[in-house]
Design a protein around this ligand. Structure first.
Ligand SMILES: *[C@@H]1O[C@H](CO)[C@@H](O)[C@H](O)[C@H]1NC(C)=O
Ligand SMILES: *[C@@H]1O[C@H](CO)[C@@H](O)[C@H](O)[C@H]1NC(C)=O
Ligand SMILES: *[C@@H]1O[C@H](CO)[C@@H](O)[C@H](O)[C@H]1NC(C)=O
Ligand SMILES: *[C@@H]1O[C@H](CO)[C@@H](O)[C@H](O)[C@H]1NC(C)=O
Length: 463
């Protein structure tokens, strides 16, 4: 809290100037002349949400329990059903008599031997454990999309088709399912999400868009700058702003040719700000959620810098980073937080996404160093951590190259997490898999108030 105040925006005038400058740039792009978003914005239908709370718990329950911050494991369900993938949190109580007693009441051993035939015949966690896993939002949204397409209620671009023609091929059950899904998902409508990160997230972003039938739109300077997708019938937009380390310059000793501009200050003005209009949610000021991360490029930058400085031949990925590197990196992560505060103010949720590692089991020490340094900065700046990187450590089989996690179970997990945080930002409360409170559709729209209900508790989650 305190730090959030310290690095808040320099002043309204600066912010307006920044936005104004960006608007001028937006208008000058012929790229935007297509008004991809604007032309389709009108097709959004109004919400049908009227259902009661789906809860067995009290409506006023604001228990703060982040499933993704608990220790647990990824359960892949069935390999053919990656959409069912979920994080299984180990909630307190799991070591009780029922699940883990060593001895039965009669004194005999509860599980005398590790019986492979038993263990591998059914690898599902017990249903009462599965019931406490976080809600699978991606599954819901993908299912709704499929049904709407099937019933010709939307076209392939995700635009609503006029009633009259619709619903013909749907069974009554499917029609009811659509109704139910629309009620549960009404809060996804009109939302804006910004993700500032590297290509690890660019792919995750693209996979999420893909599940909603949208190929990401690539900004005027290429995919390594800005991409976004907009789902018309949901009026839902997710943008990816591509970052290329926290470096303050583009030194001549190294950089990929795609990365023409490296310092975030310059990328901010040249690439990101021209898309800022697409990021503004219904509060007229900010997106509904911002997630950011920088590490792989920083690691590479430090390794390359050392090679250049010492005239070394190979890349030493095994070198732990040193004090000055880490201090530089931490200051720059803080600087990025300041950029967001300057642009959007304080009233929006900001998350730091935990560092993912390289697929190879070697050459990760610098990433561990950066990951810990970033966690420290996030803690000091009162920013919660989206533990994705931590949770997927070791899943090399799902990488499609040295650093990128592919489309599959882990990208479902990533999307579910993003929606979990978005749900919370809108005032939703989920406790042990129960949707205890839905966002209030007519209620005041104050993201940070919603966020702050559990924020202090979540800042204390074990890391
Ligand atoms: C996957 O999820 C769907 C919907 O919840 C369910 O009907 C199906 O049984 C699940 N599949 C497995 C293998 O658990
Ligand atoms: C961006 O938003 C501003 C303020 O709402 C508006 O005046 C401007 O026309 C928008 N620009 C584009 C390109 O949509
Ligand atoms: C779409 O969402 C934006 C941002 O939240 C909002 O300003 C706009 O009014 C929405 N459009 C419609 C047609 O509801
Ligand atoms: C939703 O918000 C409205 C308007 O602020 C308020 O009157 C109503 O009590 C809220 N409903 C719930 C369930 O909190």
């Amino acid at each position: 809290m305190v730090f959030r105040q310290l690095i808040r925006r320099l002043g309204t005038i600066t912010r307006l100037a920044v936005v104004a400058a960006s608007l001028a740039t937006v208008v000058s792009f012929s790229y935007f002349a297509a008004t991809y978003l604007v032309s389709r914005d009108g097709t959004v239908s109004t919400s049908t949400y009227t259902s009661p709370l789906t809860s067995t718990v009290s409506k006023d329950d604001t228990t703060c329990l982040n499933p993704y911050a608990q220790k647990g494991y990824v359960w892949f369900s069935d390999k053919r059903e990656e959409i069912n993938t979920t994080w299984v949190p180990f909630y307190s109580g799991l070591l009780n008599q029922k699940y883990a007693a060593a001895w039965n009441e009669d004194g005999s051993p509860a599980e005398p031997v590790f019986n492979a035939a038993d263990v591998y015949s059914d690898d599902r966690p017990p249903s009462e454990v599965l019931d406490t896993t976080p809600h699978k939002w991606m599954q819901d949204i993908a299912r709704l999309h499929l049904l709407l397409l099937k019933g010709s209620m939307i076209d392939e671009d995700g635009i609503r088709i006029e009633p009259g023609k619709k619903g013909k091929e749907l069974t009554v059950d499917e029609q009811n399912e659509i109704k139910e899904l629309e009620q549960r998902l009404f809060w996804v409508k009109h939302r804006r999400i910004v993700i500032l990160s590297d290509s690890v997230e660019r792919y995750q972003h693209a996979f999420l868009c893909g599940r909603l039938g949208q190929a990401p739109v690539i900004g005027p300077y290429g995919a390594q700058t800005t991409t976004w997708c907009h789902v018309p019938y949901l009026n839902f937009t997710v943008l990816h702003w591509h970052l290329s380390s926290t470096s303050t310059s583009r030194p001549d000793w190294w950089w990929l040719s795609e990365m023409k501009v490296v310092p975030i200050e310059e990328r901010w003005k040249k690439y990101y700000l021209p898309t800022v209009n697409l990021t503004i949610g219904v509060n007229g000021k900010s997106p509904d959620l911002v997630i950011f991360q920088s590490s792989l490029w920083d690691h590479r930058m430090f390794v390359e810098a050392r090679r250049a400085d010492k005239h070394e031949f190979g890349l030493d990925l095994h070198r732990p980073l040193n004090w000055r590197e880490l201090r530089f990196y931490m200051q720059r992560i803080r600087y990025i937080v300041g950029l967001f505060r300057e642009l959007y103010g304080d009233d929006f949720p900001l998350l730091y996404r935990a560092t993912t590692l390289r697929r190879e089991k070697f050459g990760n020490v610098g990433l561990y160093d950066l990951g810990r340094a970033a966690r420290f900065v996030a803690h000091e700046l009162d920013i919660e951590i989206m533990e994705f990187g931590q949770m997927v450590q070791g899943y090399e089989q799902f990488y499609f190259d040295i650093v990128h996690i592919g489309k599959g179970p882990l990208s479902v997990l990533w999307a579910n997490m993003v929606f979990w945080y978005l749900f919370r930002a809108l005032g939703g409360v989920e406790v042990k898999g129960q949707l205890v409170r839905m966002p209030n559709e007519s209620g005041p729209y104050k993201l940070i108030d919603n966020w702050d209900v559990c924020h202090d508790v979540y800042m204390k989650d074990p890391k």
